[in-house]
Design a protein around this ligand. Structure first.
Ligand code: ATP
Ligand code: MG
Length: 391
């Protein structure tokens, strides 16, 4: 029955003079999310965004797409009345109630807003007269201003909008309004969730995956591409850099104590990630690390990994329990893909007893054994990286 939606946003409303940047970004994100579903018209007017839907559009699909657009607080299916004149407006609101609610045995409250303060009635007047009209037309309805089952909202602007349903949006801020960061994306459960969370705060995402053929398979790489595709529903397009890490890993394996392998490997991942980030305009790195989850994520290990970066490293899951991460992964539909059993490059070279309290001095000392070739290897890894565009 609805041909349009009214979109409300929360946090972006408080951005002062920059507000229009957020509004325009949100409008553009909405347009993009609906692009494949048909010819929608998306317009903004006075702190609101309106979406007018094409004939025969799919309501469920449209709502589902909008629920992936960060920055949306509420999605309200709305009836548009092409009038602001009082008598036809009253009738239009009555017709809306009649069409929307077959059973009208409920309590309701009227709420009204005027876009133009010169409108001949005040908002309270609109409410009380509209309420009286509805009570007269539908005697089974009752008013309850404190705890109504249905709130009927009327907004009178250049035309009138009537709605009573509110579907929660995902919250957050429009992607791209807060710079871009580089996500270290593995095939695991955590890093896709980390990317999702940072994107929710308006950050655009590029990603890097460290691939170690033939120790890691093409299927493991495809899994990462699939994960990038799944989170791109929320984050928008992602440039995924695939770095061949095999030679570096083998070299570390050959030269360094095996129990330090993971830490040293992770330090090189961070170093390379930072180089890519700098080349591509990313302002920080994002990982799926969480304190204490594995040996490489104790505070000692994190300090050691962090030491090689000059850029900020964002770890949105740092204090999350695994189950809480799994819950989000399930909700955003990455979990099933993440648990597919293809090895990632960390699991193949893991020592039986990795250090859990690496000392920076010791690690730096071990890395000295790599001096001869490592810089060239890093350079080669940078030069040979493959970039996949995930639309
Ligand atoms: P995840 O579930 O995200 O794989 P994890 O619990 O397996 O995390 P680690 O393997 O210690 O944890 O990795 C910690 C973080 O390092 C990951 O969340 C990810 O951001 C990054 N990372 C690990 N391996 C890779 C890889 N092969 N390519 C890119 N990033 C990686
Ligand atoms: Mg992992």
């Amino acid at each position: 029955m609805y041909k349009a939606f009214l979109i409300k946003y929360a946090e972006i409303g408080i951005k002062g003079n920059n507000r229009y940047i957020f509004e325009d970004a949100l409008r553009d994100r909405i347009k993009k999310s609906l692009r494949d579903l048909g010819d929608y018209m998306v317009t903004k007017e006075q702190g609101r965004i309106y979406i007018e839907c094409p004939d025969g559009y799919d309501y469920e699909e449209t709502v589902k797409a909008l629920q992936c657009v960060f920055g949306i607080a509420q999605i309200c299916p709305v009836m548009i009345a092409d009038t602001i004149e009082w008598e036809p407006l009253k009738k239009a609101v009555g017709d809306y109630v009649e069409a929307r609610y077959a059973d009208r045995n409920f309590t309701f409250k009227m709420e009204a807003k005027r876009g133009d303060k010169n409108y001949p009635m005040t908002s309270p007047q609109i409410c009380s007269e509209m309420g009286a009209y509805l009570l007269h037309r539908f005697p089974e309805m009752k008013v309850d201003v404190h705890n109504p089952s249905v709130r009927i909202m009327v907004e009178v602007r250049s035309r009138s909008y009537v709605y009573s349903e509110v579907i929660p949006g995902p919250g957050g801020m429009p992607v791209g309004t807060n710079g871009k960061a580089l996500l270290l994306l593995s095939g695991g459960i955590d890093s896709p969730v980390a990317g999702y969370m940072v994107a929710k705060r308006g950050v655009a995402i590029d990603a890097v995956y460290f691939h170690a053929p033939p120790y890691t398979s093409e299927r493991a790489k495809q899994k990462v591409v699939d994960l990038a595709e799944l989170i791109s529903k929320y984050t928008g397009s992602i440039r995924l850099h695939v770095v061949n890490f095999t030679d570096i890993q083998l070299y570390i394996y050959e030269k360094c104590p095996h129990e330090e392998l993971t830490i040293i490997m992770r330090r090189y991942m961070m170093r390379i990630a930072e180089k890519i980030a700098k080349e591509t305009g990313c302002l920080g790195l994002v990982t799926g690390e969480s304190i204490g989850q594995v040996a490489s994520q104790t505070l000692h290990s994190l300090a050691s990994t962090n030491e090689v970066c000059t850029m900020p490293v964002y770890r949105p899951l740092i204090a999350f329990d695994k189950q809480d991460i799994v819950d989000i992964a399930e909700r955003i539909n990455t979990y099933e893909t993440s648990i597919l059993p293809y090895e990632d490059c960390c699991t193949i070279f893991v020592a039986r007893h990795p250090v859990t309290k690496p000392s920076l001095k010791v690690i730096r000392y071990s890395e000295k054994c790599l001096e001869e070739k490592i810089d060239d290897m890093v350079e080669t890894a940078m030069e040979t990286k493959e970039t996949i565009f995930v639309p």
